[in-house]
Design a protein around this ligand. Structure first.
Ligand code: ADP
Ligand code: MG
Length: 332
């Protein structure tokens, strides 16, 4: 229950929209989804809590975008096509300007992906946003086409999409730990506050990638999930990873801005990138590039999968990374 505007007014005004793909949306006790014949439902939830996942004063439009983006990113990692989502929202008060911004950012991204808001729950409490997304994955000859964490094999190439480390760069600047020129901060901040879920790439990689996941907690830690679930190890070229920091390419970038140690930390362990990390057999290199072109999303090969367990970091010319830099291997 929310006082002031009233819970049902609030739901009607900001979170109720006609549905086309779902059979029934907001307004009854359940929503009804209608996956196409031959499709499996892919389901994922993510919660965003004030203070932990975002600052209290973050732009509500950006927050609405990010709350759905992190969920769409999970669908992307599985190769699923977004279908619908529910929104469970705890709000300290019914602030109309905030609700306008939040629902605007949320629903703009939802519309861009044809993902329909079909229900949820609204209650009074410390700001907390929990979204559950539903997506479709084809089943072909009885076999699910979903991309899983468990499919990586020794000899496979290791790739990441897009850029790495810029979200962490922005976070450090916002915390006052790094001084960034304003245009550079604005660019990096977009990566932190408005991540781009790689939805088209995930679907294009079905039947091509052997394993995939999305990067929310940092490349090395997240890659550890693929390695553990596939029973393999990996070698990662740390310098291929730091070259993916988009800020490098910005004219305002200066070599003294961020130490090499920090660059490695941001690219390898930064978090909040919402890129895809995936593996594919060497024989699929052309198919991987074709998927990247089809999805209009760059992908970069940054290493390979080994039979030997553990994670090995390489320097620019393939030598093992040593000393303090090697300590970025969190799970060696
Ligand atoms: P119930 O009490 O039966 O669980 P509610 O009264 O909580 O239902 O919600 C009424 C309707 O509004 C339901 O269809 C529910 O899914 C929807 N709803 C509630 N909160 C939200 C929200 N934040 N976003 C979208 N739909 C919502
Ligand atoms: Mg009910």
């Amino acid at each position: 229950m929310l006082a002031a505007m009233g819970e049902f007014d609030l739901i009607a005004r900001y979170f109720t929209r006609p549905v086309a793909r779902a059979a029934l949306g907001v307004g009854d006790d359940c929503a009804l989804l209608l996956p196409a014949p031959g499709m499996q439902l892919a389901v994922s939830s993510d919660m965003l809590v004030e203070g932990r996942h975002f600052f209290a004063d973050v732009d509500p439009f950006a927050l609405g975008h990010k709350a759905l983006a992190v969920n769409l990113s999970d669908l992307a990692a599985c190769g699923a096509r977004p279908l619908a989502f529910t929104l469970a929202l705890a709000l300290p008060q019914a602030d109309e300007a905030w609700l306008q911004g939040f629902s605007g950012g949320l629903l703009a991204l939802a519309d861009a992906h044809g993902c329909e808001l079909v229900g949820g729950d609204t209650t009074c409490g410390p700001l907390n946003i929990c979204i559950t997304v539903f997506g479709e994955v084809p089943v072909v000859n009885g076999i699910s086409q979903a991309l899983l964490r468990s499919g990586a094999r020794a000899g496979d190439d290791l790739y990441v999409s897009g850029t790495l480390g810029d979200a962490r760069l922005a976070l450090e600047a916002l915390r006052g730990n790094i001084d960034l020129p304003p245009e550079l901060l604005a660019q990096a901040r977009m990566r932190l506050e408005r991540p781009t879920p790689r939805v088209a790439l995930g679907q294009a990689l079905r039947g091509v990638a052997s394993a995939a996941l999305d990067l929310s907690d940092g490349l090395l830690g997240d890659l550890g999930h693929i390695l553990a679930q596939s029973g393999v190890g990996a070698t990662v070229n740390a310098f291929s990873a730091i070259e993916l920091i988009a800020a490098f390419a910005h004219p305002a970038w200066g070599s003294g801005l961020v130490s090499l140690k920090n660059q490695l930390e941001f690219a390898l362990a930064g978090g909040d990138d919402y890129e895809l990390a995936f593996t594919a057999p060497v024989s699929a290199r052309d198919a991987v590039q074709a998927a990247a072109r089809q999805a209009d999303t760059p992908v970069t090969r940054i290493g390979h999968i080994d039979a030997e367990a553990g994670l090995r970091l390489q320097g620019a010319s393939g030598q093992p990374l040593s000393g303090e830099f090697a300590s970025f291997d969190h799970f060696a």
